[in-house]
Design a protein around this ligand. Structure first.
Ligand code: NAD
Length: 495
């Protein structure tokens, strides 16, 4: 009996890439090893695709696009609903891959797959309504015009969309690009992160099994640093949808005349006012700062607390940090090994810098391989790197401020401006602070979060271009086309 995922793997054990409806092995004969963050040992191998293979997937995507755009909207939605069901029915191996590649807790790995299915289904539902709507404009509303021109504005596909997700949500942040792109009549080429590539490969099998036509979805694997530039500057790319870190800034500089969607890094601040509910605040700092070891773009990455309540808050948060579970993703620990040795070294560098400059570590710093025990750092000052840089690890710095304005100024002085949050019992004050914070989203009395996935989601300044969230993502996957009907004589509807 053959299994659902059998064909995505070669007899050598290496995972295949997917081009024009077929699972294939690269002619390079080379693989890219994927290291398990817990052991730093190779756990999977994916194909190191060649530039010629990149060309062929783009050609397949381009060739398939017109026929896909001609497929009725309801039918595209039907395919996506089918993918949702198939993904959920075959979720466990995909979740296992996530656990092995990116050390995400077992339960959270499964949740990512299920949430991704939900996102696909919601996008199909929203897509049939949103994309089905156009606009009719009459010329006589503009000064000096009569009603002899009728303008029909409709939403048309962009063409081939290149989707590049990051390691921390390689399935969810892939489908958040793929589903709106496909609904809008585009075809896609996906380049998953190296760690996360096997989970993404499993995900593509759900599209294959749902009968999505050849060329509509394609997947290439290889090191971003090796084929990344070739992909993003490819002549057949019509849109780049990217989520990741600083790499996005350099992609923006190199990309040509194509729409770009960027969801980049964050330094999400948590402003704690004097009248905040400290129990609620502490709970949210723990959840926001430490879940998935702080490797979330929306993790709380800096607490800015008013001096008068700082001692109490720090003590409450610190007690809960002591109670966090640390260990293996298989055991559903909150704190698991961070993605790589270089990431662990980077985080350690930030902690050591802060310690050397006088920050008070509330927990003893401890590291074994890529596993870093959670640590809260009090008395962090603007001279320390941790006050500004994104650790992407289980490390939360606290800066004590004299006024709310000082906290707002710190927030706005950072080029990273994804999300932030403010805790206050006074809703007028909370709104005032929220309005003054120049970040893409501000949560009032709650931790930063991307979900639910239909909420608009965007970063300001170096944190992004464009707005995602299901409806906004659909809007970014189309361009406007207008058809103007010119009448020989003006015509007016009289009722
Ligand atoms: N704003 C958001 O929605 C959001 C969500 C999740 C993660 N992030 C950010 O992502 C970062 C962590 O993820 P990461 O380490 O995977 O980011 P990264 O920038 O290192 O990698 C992101 C993706 O880019 C690929 N890549 C690398 N070099 C490339 C190149 N030259 N051309 C094209 N692609 C290339 C990688 O293979 C990966 O798929 C953090 O900064 C985090 O804040 C942002």
């Amino acid at each position: 009996m053959t299994g659902f995922y059998d064909e995505i793997k070669a007899s050598s054990g290496m995972y295949k890439f997917y081009s024009n409806g077929e699972w294939m092995e690269s002619t390079s004969g080379k693989g890219v090893s994927i290291l398990n963050p817990a052991s730093n040992e190779s756990v999977y191998q994916v194909q190191a695709c060649t530039q010629k293979e990149v060309d062929s997937v783009f050609e397949a995507a381009k060739k398939a696009q017109k026929a896909w755009a001609r497929t009725p909207l309801w039918k595209r939605a039907e395919y996506l609903h089918k993918v949702d069901g198939i993904m959920k029915d075959n979720a466990q191996p995909m979740a296992d891959a996530l656990m092995n590649e990116v050390a995400k807790g077992a339960k959270d790995s499964l949740t990512e797959v299920i949430r991704s299915g939900d996102l696909i289904a919601y996008t199909a539902e929203e897509g049939v309504r949103y994309l089905g709507e156009g606009m009719l404009l009459n010329s006589d509303s503009f000064p000096g015009q009569d009603r002899s021109k009728l303008c029909m504005a409709s939403k048309v596909p962009l063409g081939v969309v290149l989707c590049i997700p990051p390691f921390n949500y390689p399935v969810n942040l892939a489908v958040s690009k793929i589903a709106p792109a496909l609904m809008a009549g585009n075809t896609v080429v996906i380049k998953p992160p190296t760690q996360g590539a096997v989970a993404a490969t499993h995900m593509v099998q759900a599209f294959h099994k749902a009968g999505v036509p050849p060329g509509v979805i394609n997947l290439v694997t290889g090191r971003g640093s090796e084929i990344g530039d070739y992909l993003t500057t490819h002549a057949l790319v019509n849109c780049i949808s990217f989520t990741g870190g600083d790499t996005g800034l350099s992609i923006c500089k190199k990309a040509g005349m194509v729409p770009i969607q960027m969801e980049l890094g964050g330094k999400d601040v948590c402003i704690v006012c004097e009248d905040a509910d400290l129990e609620l605040t502490a709970k949210n700092i723990i959840k926001g700062g430490f879940s998935y070891s702080g490797q979330r773009c929306t993790a709380v990455k800096l607490v800015l607390v008013l001096e008068s309540v700082a001692d109490k808050l720090v003590s409450m948060v610190s007690k809960q940090v002591d109670g966090l579970s640390v260990g293996k993703p298989e055991d559903n620990c909150t704190i698991t090994p961070v993605i790589s040795k270089s990431s662990a070294d980077f985080i350690e560098g930030l902690v050591k810098d802060a310690e050397a400059k006088g920050a008070k570590l509330m927990q003893k710093y401890r590291r074994e391989g890529n596993l870093i025990w959670p640590v809260l750092l009090d008395h962090v000052t603007p001279e320390m790197r941790l006050a500004w840089e994104e650790p992407f690890g289980p490390v939360v710095p606290v800066v004590r401020v004299k006024t709310v304005e000082e906290a707002i100024d710190h927030c706005n002085a950072n080029n990273l401006a994804l999300q932030g949050c403010v805790f206050s019992r006074d809703i007028d004050q909370a709104i005032r602070v929220s309005d003054a914070m120049e970040t893409g989203t501000v949560q009032i009395n709650g931790a930063p979060a991307r979900g639910p996935d239909h909420f608009p989601f965007q970063g300001f300044r170096d944190s992004g271009i464009g707005s995602q969230g299901i409806k906004n993502s659909l809007a970014m996957m189309v361009k406007t086309k207008t058809t103007v009907l010119n009448l020989k004589t003006p015509s007016y509807t009289l009722g």
